[in-house]
Design a binder for this molecule. Sequence first.
Ligand code: SF4
Length: 597
Amino acid sequence: MLGLRSDQRGLFEADHIYLDYVGKGTFYGFLASQRGQLFRDEEFSALYCPDNGRDSVPPSLLATALLLQTHDRVSDDEAKARADFDIRWKVALGVAVDEKPFAKSTLQLFRSQLVLHEKVRSVFRRSLEFARQTGYVKGRRMKVALDTTYILGAGAVKDTYNLLADGIIQVVRALAELEGKRAEVWAREHGLKHYFGSSVKGEAEVDWDNEKSRRAFLQTIVADADRILELARQAQAECPPGDTRRDDIVKAAELLGQLLLQDVERKDDGAAIKEGVSRNRIVSVHDPEIRHGHKSSSKRFDGHKAAVGVDTDSQLITAVAVLPGNAPDNTGALELVNKSEENTGMEVEDTTGDTAYGDGGTRQEFADAGRTLIARVPKRPNKAYFPKEDFKIDLEAGTCTCPAGVVTHVKCRLKRPRDGGGGSEIPWGFIFDARVCGACPLRSRCVASKKGKGRTVSFHPQEALLQQARTFQQSEAFGEYQRRRQVAEHRLARLVQLGIRQARYFGRAKTLFQLLLAATVANLTLVATRMGMMKGRVNHLASSFLPFLLWRLAAALHSLVGRSISFFQPIPTESTNLDFCRGFSARSLGHLYIVGR
Ligand code: SF4
């Protein structure tokens, strides 16, 4: 049953006694004063049985603990320990000093409920409502910037041999569960014990420099995989539908089947590793949703992508999404904008993004939805010849004028898309007369094909929108949008600071949970700092910079008078008097220590 936090405050609750000690201007002090405004137990009532069971730990307390965990970037174990013993957490949670407010499993169960019921979205929305309640956001319209960054997946990424071995283990576990046996016992009975060692590759006697030896090893694994898939098929047929163990077998067998399909090629002389990388390749059995992605054309990562929408005036994160690691950055861009409106109750005036959002397809999508999208049109990679921008396309007249001033109205279907964007549709293009181009002095700078062919210029399905965008990006007004776009980059940097570079959990749903909590903390700390409820980074820097200035002053005096100044003696290492350290940041103490040396 839902446990409610009592309105009656205890005399020994930590925030009564230690709030000033911890500091009102800290995140802990902020939560101590505002947690009642942020979360109410009744808002989480859907997660609990209405009329049965013991009273739960108040969900408002657990929600506050999750914010603290995100802010401090600590594990569940550490979160539990801090709630029990850390005075800052006790102040933030409003519990007594000797109280142990929740068990680790309680926090984990609450998190699972939030993920399962997508309730964490309402926690995120509270941060936006809080911004309005405090008066930080006043208007009813906003400009949104979109951007993405990569998230490294939590699952171990393995090569084909170990990946297949992991897949086999998953099926063994599911089949062993059906027979009520331990997986290792079941594996031994079926001659698969060697998959339960530390590493199937490491323990195998294979000459890795010899291709035949490698291939023979792969064929053994593939034969085992085929055998266990057959066993899974038989077990599945015997198991009644609706049995959860049957579902587990099906899930594990499907995954193993997919691994075989993506990485193994069946040849006449046996199985071999497939050439190249399959599209949408699964790279981890423990986290099958992570994908190979690209940070840049040369740098790769394995994981997901975090996509954010940011109000560029208030800098609040208004919507977030987790995309597959191999998805284009502009995936779900329009949805992010719609979500931003839904979450804030504000109308989005226009949206800005980098070149990843500047393709014709995304522009068309926004135009169809009646929205404005400002993004730079992607440049064409081939710079050796006149780019398309050097040709003047008149859409109304249906003509194209080349740099030499020749006009053509002849159109043809191009063999392949040249612009990127526009999907798989084969575009139209303008073609110039081969004889005219052959006689043109600019031919070597214009036409890549051999003699006898004229220049072609692709005509994009969204040519009008792209032309409009190219014209706008030459104007001065575009500069403002470039600056606005940077706000999204800054907010992504803040999210990275809060730990979203590394996924804490397996799967995209839980990674979205992590991202939503990080966005909530980012929004709350922003609002609290701007509204004077928390000290900003500037204040922290000032507090740590002051001792540094004093040290410089003392050093100057020391060089003048030729003796040390007692105030700046080293901190005695045996000192346990914590009061000595109060009021000093770690950096300040570092300075004092340096002075002493
Ligand atoms: S090569 Fe053809 S298209 Fe290119 S500038 Fe000369 S005439 Fe124009």
